[in-house]
Design a protein around this ligand. Structure first.
Ligand code: CA
Length: 224
């Protein structure tokens, strides 16, 4: 899952970035509404977290702009206000949810998971599986056969993305857009390296990998 965070308070921003990265999200951060617009209009995000009070373009106006442009992204607005009227304004602007500061990080994660569950770019459940491979999105446990397998955060995110699109060919560009952040170097072989890490961990003794290489196109997680 790739997230755009637009937050001008540096401390708050680094708290959120650090937390989300620990959970395996790819995060790009913008410090004002204008930069936020540049990012969201030129990259593909699954989720956007917008602070309400932002320099240049407010979080609310940015949200409207995103909706007017028809950009498909789940939007969570952060606000220090909690008046009912403000909440209505926030949701009217096209936001999917809003969260009042201060909030606990667990609360933020729960809201983001709920946003991902909506059928926007993906259908989501708590568990994703294919055959005897299953991952739990809450506990981040990975089960292969009867065994639990330990994955790094990045490996987990990559596997989650492939499972959401199981049976489909996904290009390296799509993988990069949803699993890595803006600093990803498209010329590097990082994705192939991670696919190989993942294969070693989830294929066990299988002769044919669960993840097929589709020449010239990308990868496909076999649907079982
Ligand atoms: Ca602010």
């Amino acid at each position: 899952m790739r997230v755009l965070l637009v937050e001008d308070e540096k401390k708050m921003a680094s708290f959120i970035i650090r937390g989300l990265k620990e959970e395996g999200y790819a995060v790009d951060a913008a410090l004002d509404g204008e930069q936020g617009w540049e990012y969201v209009s030129s990259n593909e995000y699954d989720l956007a977290i917008l602070d309400w009070m932002l320099p240049k373009i407010s979080g609310l106006d940015l949200c409207r702009k995103i909706r007017e442009a028809g950009i498909q992204v789940g939007i969570l607005i952060l606000t220090a206000r909690d008046a009912v009227e403000d909440r209505i304004k926030g949701l009217d602007s096209g936001a999917d949810d809003y969260l009042t500061k201060p909030f606990s990080f667990d609360e933020l994660l729960a809201r983001l998971r709920a946003l991902t569950r909506r059928p926007r770019s993906f259908q989501e459940e708590r568990e994703l599986s294919s055959g005897d491979l299953a991952i739990d999105l809450m506990t981040r446990k990975v089960i292969v056969g009867a065994e639990e397998v330990t994955l790094s955060q990045k490996e987990f995110s990559l596997l989650e993305f492939l499972l959401r699109r199981k049976g489909e060919v996904v290009s390296r560009t799509e993988i990069a857009e949803h699993v890595w952040d803006i600093h990803f170097d498209p010329m590097s072989n990082t994705i192939d390296v991670f696919i190989n890490f993942l294969r070693k961990k989830i294929d066990g003794t299988r002769k044919k990998s669960r993840i097929e290489t589709v020449r010239g196109s990308g990868y496909r997680l076999i649907e079982e």
